[in-house]
Ligand binder design. Sequence first.
Ligand code: ING
Length: 307
Amino acid sequence: MREIIIGGGQLGAIQKSESRAKVVQRMLALLEQAREQGCELVVFPELALTTFFPRWYMEDQDEVDTWFEREMPSDVTRPLFDFSREHGIAISFGYAELTPEGHHYNTSILTDRQGQIIGKYRKVHLPGHVEFDTERDFQHLEKRYFEPGDLGFPTWETQDTVMGMCICNDRRWPETYRVMGLQGVELVLLGYNTPSINSQRQSEGEEHRLFHSQLCMQAGAYQNATWVVGVAKAGIEDGFPLMGGSVIVDPNGFVVAKAEGQGDELIVHACDMDLCNFGKTTIFDFARHRRIEHYGIITRQTGVQRP
Ligand code: ING
C-alpha cells in the first residue's frame, strides 16, 4: 500500500495590510498541526502569501509588482522550507511569481520532504478581465496582472507516486485533469481563491459556487482515477468574501475530508495511492478505451463553431 498522509492547509482571510511574515507564521502553525498528525505532504491555497490582490484595479506597475515574489525561497518564506526539511513534510503553495526576465505568473510550487523545490506550475486558465469593469460589483483582474502559464501541466514522480498541480480556475476545465491523467497522475494538488458570490450575477451565491467547485474536483478525480486535494483561501478580505470548502477527493470521486469553517483549518487524510490502480486498469484504462481519432477538435478549435 502506497499511503501518503496528506494535509490541506486552508487559510482564512488575508487582509490587504497583512504582512507576508504574518501569513508565514499562520502557515507554520498549520504545518505544526500537520506534523502532530503525521502528515508527509501539506497543500496550501493559491496566492497563499497575500490577499487576493487581483480584486484591486492598479495602473502603476511598481505597485502591482509589490504583490509578486522575485525569488523562492526568499528570506520571508524560507522558514516554510526549513520546517519541511526539519520535519520531513513536503509542501505545496501558490504565489505571484515575477521572473528575472520580467514575466508575471500565478504560480505554485511543490517540494520533496527535504524542503527542495522539485516542481513548478504556472496557472494556464486565467479568469476575469484586463480593464476596469464598471458592470461588476468587484473586479477580477487576473488577465491584467498575470500571463498564461508557459509550462503546460507537468507531473513529477515523488514520494512513490505521480503528482501534478493546477490552480483555481484550472479545476473547472476537464482538459486540465486529462492532460495530467495521460501522464498517469495519481495526486493532483490545487489551491483556489474563489469569491463567494458572482460579481456578474448576484443570484449565484456561495452554495451554488461550493457545488460547482466540488463537482469539478470530484469529476476530475473520478474521470482520471486520481486523488485531488483542493485547498481554499477563505474568509472575508477587506469586505470581500471568499468561499471555503477545501476537500480531499479519492480516485472514485468521493470526498473523504472537507473543511468546515472559513478560517485557518487543517484537513487530513491517509491517502492510499494504490486506490488509483483499479480505475486506471479498468473503466479509465485510456490505452484500451480512448478513441483519439474523434477528439481532434479539442486542440484544433478554441471557441464554439455551431454546425
Ligand atoms: N477564482 C475563481 C475560480 O475559478 C471564478 C474565478 C469563480 C470563475 C467562479 C468562474 C466561476 O474559482 C480564481 N482565482 O480563478
